[in-house]
Design a protein around this ligand. Structure first.
Ligand code: GDP
Length: 447
């Protein structure tokens, strides 16, 4: 899971402080040494770590914090604020052209996720702004890149302009822009070529395309799993092309966090979006403050709520939230929720955004059991329930359990496990729903 090691190390460094009633200069020094190590091990750029440690130490040292009330908590807050600052402080929206179309050029190394991200972003604009995007397939080198973009285009119902692999990418872009004007597209995505490494021929081609298309936005797509290398890549592209923003992909994976934390400070260009899965809806606006909370293990409830709102019938969602809060959530809600969960990127991506859940072993155990096949089995069991059983799960006694197992064609142990998980989930949800910001503060205090 993303940031797992870093979150653990930071929490442990900070909880060391908490155990002390009073924090001395030397306690602070020790904590900062641990934080420094944690960041370096997470592959954060050396210079960035150095500045961060200096800034936190400057803010935390001195009478005001160390002699003040609750110094440990204040230091957690300073760390949180500085992490946020490291990633850019505020979210930065997509650049807009004063007249249509807004041209967005996607650049990055091969495999970073350019093509996928172009599709995700086009879909996001379509859904959120009713936009009419056009995607131009200008990556003629990567095998199947054009086919991939065309398939994505069909999937999200966005037109794709291509001229095959024999045309020159510059010509493809010229013609593509003419087409965009003809069909009055309001956003144009240029899926430009990538390479395994930066080389001069690639950079020249991208620079030419930039001159031709005069893009409003040059988005560098970077694989977050590549850590420190990602930062170097970003510098390379930025020096030559002058990127305007970054998209970090694969944050759903096992990244140590280095790229997310260094890229902004190194390039001075904002991270605008993060990719958190392979599905077309798995692209989120990047909020530095929320990411800092997530890295510190305090959860990212706001992004979770936004995702839920995007996919969900609002009235139903409000009713379900109320039921979760009151702990009266039943199996009818559960079925609805399962549908939504799969729309929202699966149980794993949801769980890790809940406060305190990123490193929770119980959640990890639940996730391990929640593979997509399992979800079908669970559905089969719920479908075998009578309406009364769905509304009052507590009446499901051993003989009913046997009937459910037979009805769903699943072993009885699975029915038992599923009911147990349901109850655990219900308790967790109720806690999370009753917590929100109060809970985050509590968790900061608990550190
Ligand atoms: P390109 O060469 O830069 O165009 O890369 P692609 O768009 O083909 O992406 C490479 C692979 O990464 C594909 O298998 C994508 O499905 C996958 N991918 C892209 N973004 C994400 C992401 O945010 N999360 C995950 N898990 N996979 C991603």
């Amino acid at each position: 899971m993303a940031f797992e090691g870093l979150t653990e190390r930071l929490q442990s460094a900070l909880s060391g402080l908490r155990r002390k009633g009073k924090v001395s200069e030397s306690d602070l020094r020790d904590t900062m040494r641990e934080i420094r190590m944690a960041l370096l091990e997470a592959d954060v750029n050396f210079g960035v770590v150095k500045d961060f440690v200096r800034d936190v130490r400057e803010k935390a040292a001195g009478e005001k914090v160390l002699e003040g009330l609750n110094p440990a908590q204040q230091i957690v807050k300073i760390v949180n604020d500085e992490l946020t600052k490291m990633m850019g402080e505020q979210d930065v929206p997509l650049n807009q052209s004063p007249k249509i179309p807004t041209v967005i050029m996607m650049v990055g190394l091969q495999g970073a996720g350019k093509t996928t991200t172009a599709g995700k972003l086009a879909l996001k604009l379509k859904n959120e702004k009713n936009a009419r995007p056009l995607m131009i397939a200008a990556d003629i080198y990567r095998p199947a890149a054009i086919d991939q973009l065309e398939t994505l285009g069909q999937q999200i119902d966005v037109p794709v302009f291509s001229m095959g692999t024999d045309a020159d990418p510059r010509e493809i872009v010229r013609q593509g822009l003419i087409r965009a004007n003809e069909i009055k597209a309001d956003y144009v995505f240029i899926d430009a070529a990538g390479r395994l490494q930066i080389d001069e021929a690639l950079m020249q081609e991208l620079a030419d395309i930039k001159d031709i298309a005069e893009p409003n936005e040059i988005l560098l797509v970077v694989d977050a799993m590549t850590g420190q290398n990602a930062t170097e890549t970003a510098e390379g592209f930025n020096n030559r092309l002058g990127i305007t923003g970054v998209v970090l992909t694969k944050l759903d994976g096992d990244t140590r966090g280095g790229a997310a934390l260094s890229i902004r400070a190194v390039t001075q260009k904002p991270i605008k979006f993060v990719g958190q899965g392979e599905k077309m809806t798995d692209l989120d606006t990047f909020y530095p403050d929320r990411m800092a909370s997530r890295i510190l293990g305090m959860g990212d409830l706001l992004t979770l709520i936004e995702r839920a709102q995007k996919d969900v019938d609002e009235e139903k969602a409000a009713a379900q939230a109320e039921k979760m809060r009151q702990n009266t959530f039943d199996f009818n809600d559960f079925i609805d929720q399962m549908e939504q969960v799969s729309n929202m990127g699966g149980i794993e991506s949801i769980m890790k955004m809940l406060p305190g859940m990123a490193n929770n072993p119980q959640v990890a155990a639940m996730q391990a059991q929640m593979d997509p096949k399992q979800i079908d089995h669970i559905k089969a069991i719920v479908m075998s329930m009578t309406p009364q059983e769905r509304e009052q799960p507590e009446i499901i006694n051993p003989s009913r359990r046997r009937r459910l197992a037979a009805g769903a064609g699943r072993p009885i142990v699975e029915v038992n496990r599923m009911l147990k998980q349901f109850n655990e989930m219900k308790t967790m949800m109720s806690k999370a729903m009753n917590g929100n910001t109060a809970q985050m503060e509590q968790m900061m205090g608990a550190l």
